[in-house]
Design a protein around this ligand. Sequence first.
Ligand SMILES: NC(=O)c1ccc[n+]([C@@H]2O[C@H](COP(=O)([O-])OP(=O)(O)OC[C@H]3O[C@@H](n4cnc5c(N)ncnc54)[C@H](OP(=O)(O)O)[C@@H]3O)[C@@H](O)[C@H]2O)c1
Length: 285
Amino acid sequence: MRLLVTGAGGQVGKEFLEEAVAHPIFAEVMGTTREQLDFTDRSQVFDAVTGFAPDWIVHLGAMTAVDACEDDPDAAYLANALSVRYLKQAARRTRSRICYLSTDYVFDGTASTPYREWDPTSPLSVYGKSKLAGEAELDIDDLIVRTSWVMGRYGRNTLKTILTLARAEGAVRFVADQVGSPTVVEDLAGALATLILEDMSGVFHLTNQGHLSWYELVRFVFAEVGADQARVVPIDSSEIAATRKAPRPAYSVLDNCAARLAGLAPMPDYRESVAKLARQLWLAG
Ligand SMILES: NC(=O)c1ccc[n+]([C@@H]2O[C@H](COP(=O)([O-])OP(=O)(O)OC[C@H]3O[C@@H](n4cnc5c(N)ncnc54)[C@H](OP(=O)(O)O)[C@@H]3O)[C@@H](O)[C@H]2O)c1
């Protein structure tokens, strides 16, 4: 099986590439960073896809800076939606399928029970809207994987911020009214590979099991690395609204319903995976 991976320099892309290259069934894996393939450039997309003729295009690259998307909606729609149209047009020529990584931000967060794959979407932010527009460019044979609160070894993420704060002193303020499920990249990369190998299509939610607020996550991580949990102060989103341009869904827990009903093994509980990653990153300094 031949894979073309976009966003290979990103947090998920780097680890997915490591996972894919080590897998015997993925005979050829072409990882592309922005320098090798700018997916907002239609001719670059056509050249890359028709030149390599992959079985799957794993589209992991995106404009992920949620607040920056509010400032520049055109850039967000170009990177997150029109890029998918270009990839899809090229993929039709080579009969390639597309695996597109999407987000919990396609939901408005007004639910109080986990969102199923079939629940109506209603994004609040430009980022969420542009990612949903990207989903809409795809066919029934493609694969859309929504995930949330991603944290891994590479790049920047909130877990790394939490660990930096744990090493410092003083109070640490995190919102207690935003609830979701953390997703450790190593688990996500393995689960993505499984969906591709199992020849799945349609929409899947993939996160670690369990959910909590950011405040509770910070307390959990502090406990894991031996930092003082009493330093963690719960705040309300309204207290930091002025510093965040994009509205965030208050409750964006994704029920991994399709994977469960299809009989796929659930991703581990966040208590196991986040604890393991936090300790690794803590020891690595
Ligand atoms: N992070 C999360 O919490 C989260 C949650 C839900 C879903 N997701 C989705 O998961 C996927 C991976 O996210 P991530 O956390 O790995 O994000 P990331 O670390 O920001 O990686 C995204 C990558 O895409 C690249 N990219 C952006 N525009 C490009 C372009 N025009 N051409 C080529 N490459 C381009 C970026 O390159 P530059 O560094 O050069 O910009 C970056 O390497 C995204 O689709 C995101 O929407 C993420």
